[in-house]
Design a protein around this ligand. Structure first.
Ligand SMILES: NC(=O)c1ccc[n+]([C@@H]2O[C@H](COP(=O)([O-])OP(=O)(O)OC[C@H]3O[C@@H](n4cnc5c(N)ncnc54)[C@H](OP(=O)(O)O)[C@@H]3O)[C@@H](O)[C@H]2O)c1
Length: 301
């Protein structure tokens, strides 16, 4: 990976951090994007002490203005981008809304990545063969899909002032399904461009801090699963990061696109994720929110 630049959103902790460590050890330059400043700079210094190099970019991905500023700075500072990991994600029972009015799951998991990917597309095209990797989840299968009358999750929290584990699961399911709609639509639009886009399910209840906001029996359940997983070693972030690294580096996957992986193997997405109509509708809505990704395929002059 020497000479290659890899950007990881949410790269300061969890599976993003393990991926940064592994790719840094392979000599890559890692751009860690996160709002956890202390963890991000510590990781940057750790990677810079090894064979690779790293920089930390503080960014509140919930804020579309911050995403635009991040992309502008990256374009100024970098001549290439070989791998873009759209990894940052949350699950939060408290309903939070950004100053621009977006519910946090929608803003972090979907809109920020929709915007960032489009803003960095020229850089990715300049660096072909290059790869976009979406971090989705098997949670994309665990629900009824998007509600096109409620794309900003106004209705799933019955009382906006009260935390709800089940509302956060619904919001998370929709966000992870949105990652796959984005993958399928973008893959079509990137046909022949030399940029591929694939997705990952990192596994089941991987032992990171993403579930720390759960409460009550949900938290108890999570702790039991984490404990069992840690005992048998099947839910470590290091194990999941191997799939991230494979998708970023495997020469056999250079032209593979629109494919979903779990634990280094191809896995089927749900039928709902493959449906054409919702993915087109989500795309059009996202274009209206962000002002990028208009109907013209980006690779068509
Ligand atoms: N862990 C699992 O079991 C699991 C399973 C399936 C899929 N996934 C997916 O895998 C990806 C990585 O998850 P993880 O478990 O490694 O999570 P994690 O340990 O919480 O790491 C995610 C990182 O992203 C940061 N982040 C979140 N929102 C952000 C924002 N708006 N702006 C900037 N940084 C932000 C987090 O900061 P904070 O810590 O401050 O939030 C954290 O540093 C996510 O997309 C998640 O949905 C995870």
């Amino acid at each position: 990976m020497r000479g290659k630049t890899v950007l990881i959103t949410g790269g300061a902790r969890g599976m993003g951090r393990e991926t940064a460590r592994m790719l840094g050890a392979m000599g890559a330059h890692i751009v860690i994007v996160d709002w956890e400043g202390e963890a991000g700079t510590r990781l940057r210094d750790e990677i810079n002490a090894g064979p690779g190099s790293a920089e930390f970019c503080f960014c509140e991905l919930t804020c579309m203005g911050a995403v635009r500023e991040l992309a502008a700075n990256l374009i100024k500072a970098h001549e290439r981008l070989d791998v873009l990991f759209c990894n940052a994600g949350i699950t939060d029972p408290v309903r939070r809304v950004t100053p621009e009015g977006y519910e946090h799951h929608v803003a972090t998991c979907h809109l920020a990545h929709f915007l960032l990917t489009h803003l960095l597309l020229d850089l990715l095209k300049q660096s072909t063969p290059s790869r976009i990797i979406m971090i989705s989840s098997e949670a994309h299968k665990a629900g009824d899909g998007l509600d096109f009358d409620d794309l900003n999750n106004e209705l799933i929290w019955k009382d906006h002032s009260k935390p709800s584990n089940s509302a956060s699961f619904t919001a998370y399911h929709r966000a992870k399904l949105s990652n796959l709609y984005f993958m399928y639509e973008m893959a079509e639009r990137l046909t022949g461009s030399g940029v591929t886009i694939n997705a990952i399910s990192p596994g089941f209840f991987v032992n990171t801090s993403i579930y720390r906001n759960l409460t009550g029996v949900f938290m108890l359940g999570a702790k039991i699963v984490f404990g069992a997983g840690t005992l048998f070693g099947w839910n470590t972030p290091q194990r999941s990061a191997k799939t991230y690294v494979k998708l970023a580096t495997d020469p056999d996957l250079q032209t593979t696109t629109a494919t979903y992986f779990e634990h280094e193997k191809v896995k089927a997405t749900s039928d709902l994720a493959k449906a054409l109509e919702p993915r087109k509708q989500l795309w059009e809505w996202s274009v209206r929110q962000t002002g990028v990704g208009s109907a013209v395929a980006p690779n068509v002059e």
